[in-house]
Design a protein around this ligand. Structure first.
Ligand code: FCB
Length: 489
């Protein structure tokens, strides 16, 4: 793609005035310095330190060294011209072991980060939990244990007491689906447990932790603070419209979406999900009063979207020998084993193997707006990994990422124009970083990081994004269609 083409694309996408433009990161993926500030290990330190868990044995020990290079990284954000920056606080850096008082040195790092952002005119958007549970809390049972929800609310209180005067937007959890079902179901993520009933308990206690934290934050933060939850909702498509394939869609939507949306917005769990999983658990971990806590109103729902999910009914159920359980690989989808098959989807693929399909994002946004018409939405993550490298001149050309971003921003634009209340877009990610079980093998950044020297280089996509933001800030598009007045509490 030539610079001229870039310009042509940039000039066509005009978002409403006030639309927020950001990038997103997460503490464990970029900070490094895992033994500084009195920080104790999180489940991701333990997991990545266990041979065979993360590709190439990579760990977050150094990552992008952001704990030590934060001023340089804020300068990059300023150069990009973003209006907002979404980052997460490392729980074990500010409350080692997950109990007791906060460590000021840890909090000081986030005070300095937010102050620098504010000085640069960038709005800090803080996520309290992006997967780095203190290991000591996992040793006490982790998210399948009810007490972890209470511990999370205490931690939220400590962070709000320290930063409540300067952070205008707060997110409780990032993608609780991954924490519950990859962490305790399939075991692909930390802590690497493979217990389907524990995964369902974890999902409920994550929901409860969210609700308790919202309560604590509302008590402490000014009225102007926006509270949110970030979900990686699945845009699920069936292979066909047959009754069997539609049932596969229903099962996956229940486990991916409705297990979070229903309690948070409607104060109940989906009845069909409880029936589908009745052989695994009786759901008695949901206690009286929990749903009232979980359904406290929030101001914004964050959506992380990468690609759609395509499913079909499984061709045939495994034949059970009477009296012997059918051996199954540990699953991230408890109760669907032998009933649902995941299909690869169509179109070009990113380096993650994920299909590029922006239509899924439009479908998801329209549907959410239909179901929750009064709820403002934000795209809190969207982006793509490609095999980027610096050429001999030092430049990093990533035309595929620009094409991915362009098509997905066009999708958001289309949704906004058709009346969906999307308030902003956060690109994943600012920097190349530790991509969880894939370690450093996948690069999602619009800024290239040479992990040997920690040198940062803007990729072409960073320049493209900066130009798009500059154009929109200078001359925004038409105002968004009018939305019903937002209500809270
Ligand atoms: C999301 C995570 C984020 C990043 C992207 C690629 O699921 O929230 O940390 O790894 O995927």
């Amino acid at each position: 793609m030539t610079a001229v083409d870039d310009q042509a694309i940039v000039s066509t996408l005009r978002f409403p005035p006030g639309f927020r433009w950001g990038t997103a990161t997460a503490a464990y993926q970029i900070e490094g310095a895992t033994r500084e500030d009195g920080r104790t290990p999180s489940i991701w330190d333990t997991f990545s330190g266990t041979p065979g868990r993360v590709l190439n044995g990579d760990t977050g020990d150094i990552a992008a060294d952001h704990r030590n290079r934060m001023p340089e990284d804020v300068a990059l954000l300023r150069e990009l011209g973003v209006t907002d920056y979404r980052f997460s606080v490392s729980w074990p850096r500010v409350q080692p072991t997950g109990r007791g008082p906060a460590v000021q040195r840890g909090l000081d790092f986030y005070r300095q980060l937010t102050d620098r952002l504010l000085e640069a005119g960038i709005r800090p958007v803080l996520t309290l939990y992006h997967w780095d549970l203190p290991q000591e809390l996992e040793d006490a049972g982790g998210w399948p244990e009810r007490d972890t929800a209470a511990r999370f609310a205490d931690y939220a209180t400590l962070v709000a007491e320290a930063l409540g005067d300067r952070v205008p937007m707060w997110t409780t959890l990032n993608e609780p689906w991954c924490s519950a079902f990859l962490g305790y179901g399939s075991g692909e993520h930390a802590p690497g447990r493979t217990d389907p009933a524990a995964a369902l308990r974890a999902a409920h206690h994550l929901n409860l932790g969210h609700g308790l934290a919202v309560g604590a934050l509302r008590d402490l933060l000014p009225d102007s603070a926006d509270l949110s939850l970030v979900l990686n909702l699945a845009a699920v498509r069936g292979r066909s419209d047959s009754a069997a394939d539609r049932d596969a869609v229903r099962r996956i939507e229940a486990l991916a979406n409705r297990i979070f949306l229903d309690p948070v917005f409607h104060a109940h769990y989906p009845r069909d999900l409880m029936e589908d999983t009745a052989g695994l658990t009786d759901w008695s971990f949901v206690r009286d009063g929990d749903l009232a806590q979980i359904s406290r109103p929030i101001d914004v729902l964050g959506i992380n979207y990468y690609s759609p999910t395509v499913v079909a009914a499984a061709a045939a159920s495994p034949v059970a020998v009477p009296g012997r359980p059918v051996p199954q690989a540990p699953s991230a989808w408890p109760g669907t084993e032998g009933l649902v098959r995941f299909l690869p989807g169509e179109g070009p693929r990113t380096a993650m193997g994920w299909p590029v399909d922006a239509e899924g994002l439009v479908e998801l946004l329209r549907r959410l707006h239909r179901e929750l018409p009064r709820l403002p939405l934000m795209i809190t993550e969207n982006g793509a990994a490609y095999h980027d490298y610096a050429d001999p001149s030092g430049a990093v050309h990533d035309p595929e990422r620009i094409a991915y971003l362009e098509s997905h921003l066009a999708a958001v634009h289309e949704a906004v124009r058709s009346g969906v209340d999307v308030r902003g877009y956060f690109l994943w990610s600012l920097l190349d970083n530790f991509e969880w079980a894939y370690g450093y093998s996948k690069r999602f950044g619009i800024v290239h990081v040479d992990f040997a020297s920690q040198r940062r280089t803007l990729k072409d996509s960073a320049r493209w994004y900066a130009a798009l933001i500059a154009d929109n800030r200078a001359a925004p598009g038409a105002p968004a269609p009018r939305h019903p007045h937002r209500r809270r509490r």
